[in-house]
Design a protein around this ligand. Structure first.
Ligand code: F3S
Length: 390
């Protein structure tokens, strides 16, 4: 792989240990994929922020990088949600030993120069660069959304590779950074009865598609005009299983086509939903957007939640929702906001002491079982509100 003189020197450790490690990571990935070179990026989005996912080894690594010579982000860098609401973790009964470790992770990312983000929908919070711009995003739901909806170019970076990209301001010129690789490898033809719409349905479709297509997914039969919530849900669910990093709507590519009929829809929902009713309600995987918070506030206005109900969003969206009166309406209904946290990789779910949750997120339902060993009930937002409020 071609490296410039400056890159060779950094790889040899002349600009500090953090950069040496970062270049070693990128060069190893580049060699694996026969990449020609590294290219500059405008934005890195780093995952691996919850102590539940990175553990002691990850924390030690972050501390080491942030204290090393050259340990600073060289490009605009946002980070994924962490594992707790930093302002309110005690009231939410997050164990203190977990909170201490989580705060150390945050301190390391701050030292490295992250923007104050903690979101898995960074495209909602910050100005998105023009189409065709290369970025390096790790969160799979955001990376798939970036490639497919925003027209940005990103590989599905891992936590480690995105960190290396943030430290160097570069990524490997391979995979979805190359225009020729951004074509569907298989199509999914949707032919369910009735109008296919709503974020839960798109989550089910995405989960099916991610499981069956490892490359770029071409969709047929769902048109080209998805709402923000539908596109976000589709992207998140595709990223839950498999390795696809992009979808194309209304695909004309002449490749193998997989049918998605009512039968596949029913099989997928029964795979994701193991129980009829959850003991707690979870909204916000991915974290809720302002538009979703506005819709939720209208839907719960004047009602009371009958179960513990939690709404995950970033602090920035919470503040905006507060200023517009949405947050007060949702809180008056008895729901609790948890800010800046991941809805799944948090000890909060265990602290709720429930064996099942109901959610409108296919990704959330999947992780309820995978991460917490509980059951998920997958329903659309309207049904969840009807069944769980009075
Ligand atoms: Fe976001 Fe965590 Fe779900 S990062 S997409 S809330 S699993």
């Amino acid at each position: 792989m071609y490296l410039t003189n400056a890159e060779e020197k950094a790889l040899a450790g002349e600009r500090g240990e953090a950069l040496e490690i970062a270049y070693r990571v990128l060069v190893a990935i580049g060699k694996l994929g026969n990449a020609e070179k590294l290219i500059p990026i405008k934005w890195a989005h780093v995952s691996g922020v919850s102590y539940l996912t990175i553990g002691e080894y990850g924390l030690d690594f972050l501390k080491k990088i942030s204290r090393s010579k050259g340990g600073r982000f060289r490009v605009f860098t946002t980070v994924n949600p962490c594992g707790m609401d930093v302002e309110n973790w005690e009231a939410l009964e997050i164990p203190k030993d977990y909170a201490v470790k989580q705060l150390q992770i945050i301190a390391s990312y701050k030292k490295l120069g992250m923007s104050n983000s903690f979101t898995c929908v960074p495209f909602e919070t910050y100005k998105v660069p023009s189409k065709g711009t290369s970025v390096a995003w790790a969160e799979s739901s955001a990376a798939i959304f970036a490639n497919s909806v925003l027209g940005l170019k990103t590989n599905r970076e891992s936590a480690v590779s995105a960190l290396a990209c943030a430290l160097t301001g570069k990524t490997v010129y391979s995979d979805l950074q190359i225009a020729a690789n951004r074509k569907p490898s298989r199509n999914i033809r949707v032919s369910t009865k009735g109008n296919f719409s709503g974020s839960m349905n798109f989550g089910i479709l995405g989960f099916f598609a991610g499981k069956h297509v490892p490359g770029v997914i071409g969709f047929q039969g769902i048109g080209t005009k998805l709402s923000l919530a539908e596109a976000k849900s589709l992207s998140a669910a595709i990223g839950t299983l498999g390795s696809s990093g992009m979808f194309v709507l209304d695909s004309k590519e002449k490749v193998e086509t997989i049918e998605f009929t009512d039968r596949e829809f029913e099989e997928t929902i029964s795979d994701l939903s193991q129980t009829e009713k959850g003991e707690a309600v979870i909204f916000g995987c991915p974290q809720m957007t302002l538009e979703e918070l506005a819709d939720l506030s209208k839907a719960v206005a004047g009602k009371r939640c009958r179960k513990k109900s939690i709404v995950f969003c970033s602090s920035m969206m919470y503040e905006l929702a507060k200023s517009r009166g949405y947050a007060a309406r949702i809180e008056s209904a008895g729901a609790t906001f948890v800010r800046d946290s991941c809805a799944d990789f948090t000890p909060l779910i265990s602290s709720l002491k429930v064996g099942s949750v109901v959610t409108d997120s296919a990704k959330g339902a999947h992780y309820m079982r995978k991460v917490h060993g509980g059951d998920g009930s997958l329903k659309d937002t309207k049904t969840i509100i009807e069944e769980n409020t009075e």
